[in-house]
Design a protein around this ligand. Sequence first.
Ligand code: F6P
Length: 340
Amino acid sequence: MRIGVLTGGGDCPGLNPAIRGIVFRAIDFNYEVVGIFEGWKGLIKNTSKTLTLEEVEEIISKGGTILGTSRTNPTKKEEDMQKVFENFKAMNLDALIAIGGEDTLGVANKLHQKGLPVVGVPKTMDNDLSCTDFTFGFDTSVTIAIDALERLRDTARSHRRVMVFEVMGRHAGWVALYTGIGGGADWILIPEKSVEVDKMCEHLKKAHARKKYAIVVVSEGVQLPSANAEKEELDAFGHMILKKRGIGEAIAEEIEKKTGIETRTAAIGHIQRGGSPTLFDRILGTRVGVKAVELIQEKNFGKMACLKGNEVIAAPLSEAVSTLKTVDESWVNFANKLIK
Ligand code: F6P
């Protein structure tokens, strides 16, 4: 039995522990693991190599993905879809593990519906995938963001400034929410909620009067009512490429104008996607990787290995990719209780 494994979409810490978990468990069943390079691109182009124990043994602490990744969407062109099926055969594969977020697993689901024996492993630093309580990558990226926030607090306090801290998170505000709560920010802006500029500025004035600085955490996916979204570029899956939006800068300008307090902004960007995975992400990555191989052994295809409570279970891929898990009202209410 030969299992193909690929990592697609944005990288995040925890991918290598997952790949390692797959290879380790495959050894128990005498399965050979073939690493496919750069996500779906590797299946279109037929680029891969066998992954041995020696190759993965020490990657548990490594950030990124040893396989490389891309945001290639094979479902956009019929000929690419054909190539995927052809190369699955050419690589002599019996099953495929796709490690990814909503886009990669959305493709995996379509391929499964077309008859390919596929199993999914969820990853995303955005933590916005349904059917799983957490995805690996989230814990590490928020831990990095909190460290950055604390550094920003020092300089904000010295200069008596408001500091706007922009973090990643495209459609869901989990990264901003956890960074803001965990780092003790004064205001948190997430894509799920419209920006109440006046209310925010009133609160920042109050916080600044008390402690001489204030911190705002904003998710990169937030939009000001005045913004022109139509101008923004889309990626292969139709998502906005947010690198040019500059919401942190725009929010900082509004705050300075309305409060008269000197305001600066910092965007963490891809820094929060790199580095060694935290313990949580190492354990979760390993657990879902191991489970994915067990699903293959059971011929339980079309499923995703995921965390529910403290159990790793199998959920249908179709359900996992049907809706995004965004921040709900109960979390918003909880965060509001901490605004003082
Ligand atoms: O989906 C994960 C994510 O990190 C988002 O938070 C962010 O908007 C996007 O990827 C950035 O993508 P790229 O690495 O392609 O610039």
